[in-house]
Every structure is written in structure tokens, then in C-alpha cells.
Design a protein around this ligand. Sequence first.
Ligand SMILES: [Zn+2]
Ligand SMILES: [Zn+2]
Length: 325
Amino acid sequence: MHIKLWGTRGSLPRALTHQGFKDALQHLLQLALERGIKEIGELQTFIADDGCVPLTCGGNTTCTEIRHRGDSYIVDLGTGLVAFAEEQRAAGNRSFTFLLSHLHWDHILGLPFFPQVYDRGCEINIYHVHDHAPDYLRIKFNGVNFPVRWEELSAAVNFHQLRLHQPHRFNDLTVTPFLLDHPGGSYGYRFDSPTAAVGIAVDNELKRRTADELGADRKLYQALDALLFDSQYDSNEMAEKYDWGHSSPTLGIDLAFQEMIKTIVMVHHNPAADDQRLRDKLARAHQYAAATYPRHRQRWEQVQAGGPRIISGYDGLELEIARVS
Ligand SMILES: [Zn+2]
Ligand SMILES: [Zn+2]
């Protein structure tokens, strides 16, 4: 299964400022100096090497693409959807499958700016779990909040309601919604293909952590090959952000150790965090995972020595996920 992250910020887009660009440049040059790079050619090779990214996680709100056997599934319609639209237009694609976790602004803001909704030849199928989701989405296009009314959209937009914990099949790909902990309700999705299992758990405060508390949701986390996890805050911020609906990386790492999740991808980054803060957050996540590993070594040693892999998501990141057995 292939994942592409089109938007990795939570709550609000974050623009790259002049100062932010200078900070990124300074960070890059510092890394280059540490490598002993002196020639422009060496610098170009270094920049082209994925090892030196991400200099920035980007600023678009949440939008994730799952690709399987040539089909594409978009979870959440944040501002990252606009870049996806450009790629799709260039490829000539006119049929789209979207899934909604919930209807907070940062998860739907891209839809009015998705040019394909104004194209008579396009078909968009939107899957959701919330009751009345179509009404909540349509009301944004009321001529006041946005100049175009829903009835004026040219594309054929169809809604489909999914049921909690009930698998839905798209050919040989199964998608199962599960409950997240978030004000107003939010739903994660587990994608099972013959070759991998990927979960998206955004937005999620993960207040329910034990097997008993997770109940029927627990099995949707178990043995995932990768989980996109709401990592908006640092663990030391969680107390003051209680009930805000978001998690820290440490909660995801604990969950991964407990449920044998092989890779945690940190997403839904705090829009107030600059890139250095995000790099620090990733470094602390690695430290926490390393300190936690000895307690779980026995279970993990034969499966994936070292425990869960931890990645910090950024706009444009692509991951190929295969089953770890
Ligand atoms: Zn959000
Ligand atoms: Zn939300």
C-alpha cells in the first residue's frame, strides 16, 4: 500500500515566512558543514538526498492519500487537497473517493478549492460515518460563507454512510471505521489489503488506552503495519490541552508497543510549532521509544528488533508500506 501525505498540519494552515525560510536554510547549511561539504556539486547531491529532509513539514492541513492497485482514496479534505487536485488534473483523472474523519474546518477546507467539484465530467464519492455529514458539508456552500452554493456545483457528488466497525470493501481493499476520542466525534479508518494494513487515527486524543477502555476499537489498531497518529502536542503540553482532542507522540508509541504497530507516522502537527520544534519533537519521540523498548523486547525481538519505527510526517512524504511478518 502506498501513502502520500498532502497535508500534515492540524487545526490551521501555517505559511512559510521569510524568517522560517531563513531558519530552514541555516539548518541545511549547518548540516552541510557538519558533513564537510565544500563544493556546490556536493551540496546539490546532499540536497537531492532524502537524508537531509524534511527542512520543513509544510503548512497544509490534513489530507492523506492511500493508493492501492492504481486506485486512490483520500482521507480528509484539508488544504493539502489543492495540491492533490493539481496532480489529478495533470493525470486526467475525473473520479474521486474521499473519506471524512469528521467535519472540523481543517479537515474540509480544501473542498471549496478543489476545482474538480466545478467540472461537470467529474464524479466524487464521499464516505462518512457521522449522521447528517452531507448537511454539515453542504451548509458551508450557502452563498454567504462561500460564494458558490452547493446546488451550483457541477460535479456529481454522492454521499455514502459507513457504519462503525463494519468493513466496507473497495475491490480487494477493506476499509473499517473505528471510534476516536475527539470533541464532536471523529472516526479513524483501517485499510486492509492482501499485502498490508494501514490505519489513520486523526483527530484523536486517545483517552481510552487499556484493552478494556478501547473495547471494540482495539482490534482495529492491532498489528497495523503503519498508523498515522495525531501527534499535535508534546507530552508536556497534554495537561494544559486536556480535552482539546489531540495526542502527543508518546501516546502513539505506547499504543504501538502494546498493539504491535510497526510504524508510527506523526501527523496533524501543531500549527504554532516551527520546524525546529517539530525536529525536537521527533528526537524526543525516538528517545522515548528507545527507553521504552527494553520492557517490550521479548515480544518485539522476533518481529521487528528495536520496536516501532517512528517517522515525522511532512507535506509530500510518500511511504510504501508492506506487511511486517
Ligand atoms: Zn484536525
Ligand atoms: Zn477536529
